[in-house]
Ligand binder design. Structure first.
Ligand code: DC
Length: 240
């Protein structure tokens, strides 16, 4: 099967073959989104990478992460592209530079979280997300996809896991990397971040009314993706 490439931008304001996947960090959303996109032969749009790319671009351009007007200006012409790589992952390009790794540092995670809380930034990135996803054949992963970016998406999932389970997964991940981690602190951090994400003014994290909720706490990845794939194939009439 040929590798799905970034769809040609379209006006994207109506029904298309798109699947919206939202949920908090650490719920298993990212792995499930990648796997689902691969199984369906769909392009994966990782919208978190867009906020990360903006944080990086701002740092390079000397625009502060709280300069809302400056960031919105930068966001309107963000030259970001997603291109398939040979290892089944996707490269994120900003202009001609491959920023796939540079956007995954703790510093840029912090910057992305800051810039994504600003309403003008979210508004400026809306069209970019819609234009990529609007062409269809796309799994779109984020926090506000089903509620704000693509409220017309025919398939929406809200992926969660209990704070305890997310803390446990994060703790194991850090331990496996040999990094220091304290389970109690990790849990407290997750509870605090949930509270911030759910109560912020700009696009708070909440499920769309028509989203299918999937709690990944008791499920393995295969089970999660099997469930998503079944629902997506049925609703999008993909067969298989
Ligand atoms: O999913 P992620 O960790 O790569 O996201 C990076 C940051 O961007 C994170 O703080 C959440 C935020 N984000 C958002 O506010 N809305 C989205 N649609 C995607 C990500």
């Amino acid at each position: 099967m040929s590798r799905p490439t970034q769809p040609t931008p379209s006006s994207g304001s109506g029904p298309a073959q798109v699947i919206a996947i939202d949920g908090p960090a650490g719920a298993g959303k990212s792995t499930a989104s990648h796997t689902l996109a691969r199984r369906l032969g769909f392009f994966l749009l990782d919208t978190g990478a867009i906020y990360r790319a903006l944080a990086l671009a701002a740092r390079t351009a000397g625009v502060a992460w709280d300069d809302e007007a400056g960031l919105a200006l930068l966001a309107r012409d963000l030259p970001i592209r997603f291109v398939p790589r040979s290892d089944a992952a996707q490269a994120v390009l900003l202009g001609d530079a491959d920023i796939s790794l540079a956007i995954r540092t703790p510093e840029i995670s912090d910057g992305a979280s800051r810039v994504s809380s600003l309403p003008a930034v979210r508004a400026a990135l809306l069209e970019l997300q819609r234009s990529i996803a609007g062409a269809g054949g796309c799994v779109v992963e984020g926090r506000d996809i089903g509620t704000v970016v693509l409220p017309w998406a025919p398939v929406k999932f809200f992926v969660t896991a209990s704070p305890e389970e997310r803390a446990r997964r994060r703790h194991l991940e850090l331990c496996a990397r040999g990094e220091p981690s304290d389970l109690v602190d990790t849990l407290a951090g997750i509870i605090e971040r949930d509270r911030r994400d759910e109560t912020r003014e700009a696009a708070p994290l909440r499920p769309a009314v028509d989203a299918v909720h999937i709690d990944t706490s008791p499920l393995g990845l295969e089970e999660v993706v099997d469930r998503m794939e079944r629902i997506a194939r049925e609703r999008l009439r993909l067969g298989g």
